[in-house]
Design a protein around this ligand. Sequence first.
Ligand SMILES: Cc1ncc(COP(=O)(O)O)c(C=O)c1O
Length: 413
Amino acid sequence: MGTDSLSALGMNGQSYSAATTRAWIEVDLGALVRNAATLARHAGVPLLPMVKADAYGLGAVEVTRALESLEPWGYGVGTVDEGVELRSAGITRPIVVFTPLWRGDWPILRAACLTPVLDRADEILEWGATGGGDWQLAVETGMNRAGVPWDAVGELAATLREVPPQGVFTHFYSAERMDGTREVQEARFHAALEALPARPPLIHAENSAGVEHGTSSAYDLVRPGVFLYGVDSGGMDGAEPVVALRARVVELHDIADGETVSYGASWRARGQRRIATLSVGYADGYRRSLSNRGTVMLHGRQAPVAGVVTMDMTMVDVTGIPCEIGDVATLIGSEGPSGPTITIMDLARAAELSPYELLTGLRERLPRIYLTSGAEDLVREASGDPSSAAAAEPEESDRSVRSARARAMERGQ
Ligand SMILES: Cc1ncc(COP(=O)(O)O)c(C=O)c1O
């Protein structure tokens, strides 16, 4: 077994837990909280962190609990079920569901004390008539996705007087581009705000890029998402990486000149090559478009993906890299604190995907290991079979990862 990389990651044969036998993601909640604090400082107003789509694939409950330490105003989700999940986990702050909802969702929405976003007179009046409660008004200023058109807000004045919103917001579609579209959207938003019968308690607009590329916020809250999870758009100090994706080497094959690898034979060996099979595939979210394009890290070296990524396995060319079955490859992140990093952006570019799509595609099949850098190291394992050895003996698995990181630090990695 390749003890070097395994011990660097603290996962040698004796100590690895059930969560790290195949492929897994590591989520650094310490980095997440620091990213959120950086944005909140820059914006100068409270956060409304977007934790929709299971916190962009990283685990909404764990992410939200970590963000509680910053006392955000509340949280943003995409569906009623996502809000209910947070309520069941004991989150008591406001939770806004940022998509238009069918009325059939209202009973459960109300039961869970979630805040809907509304934009049509008939539904606003019905919301008021059926019991009311906090709601927010979406104003459409250019994305043409959801909300009352900015120049039609005046037509809602009588309705808003009768059933006043708690908040009014819009959403920037290209704030990272600095191409003037944000200014157009802001001007439209301000015109819409002027048309309101009264200023609502909360006004908000900025997403991550809106904060990054702006000065302090002119509104009451900001709604960052992707920056929290480690993806910045170059507007201010970069986001700290939050996610690592790792997988084990489960097979090694020395293949002869002219042999091919994977479905469709799109990769052919030139000379004798060594191929490692990793236990991760597109069913885990390591996308098929990374076939012959992705790169992984093993023992500080880069190994290119060889051939088509398959559902459960991916082959990489490890010729010249000392590598053994059981070794751990890094597909996102770095092998140690100061080593080279494969960022989410790097991988998204290689896969021709948006970083959002890549992140939210990291499937539940991947166990998630939560770390808290900057405080005590491993918090706990969050997913996987609760009856597994890892869950039954959390101290054992905690120790293995903690000692791993300590050892990696000692080695200056
Ligand atoms: C309404 C709304 N606000 C804020 C965000 C967060 O955006 P980002 O992840 O770019 O910060 C989103 C995400 O798509 C959104 O739909």
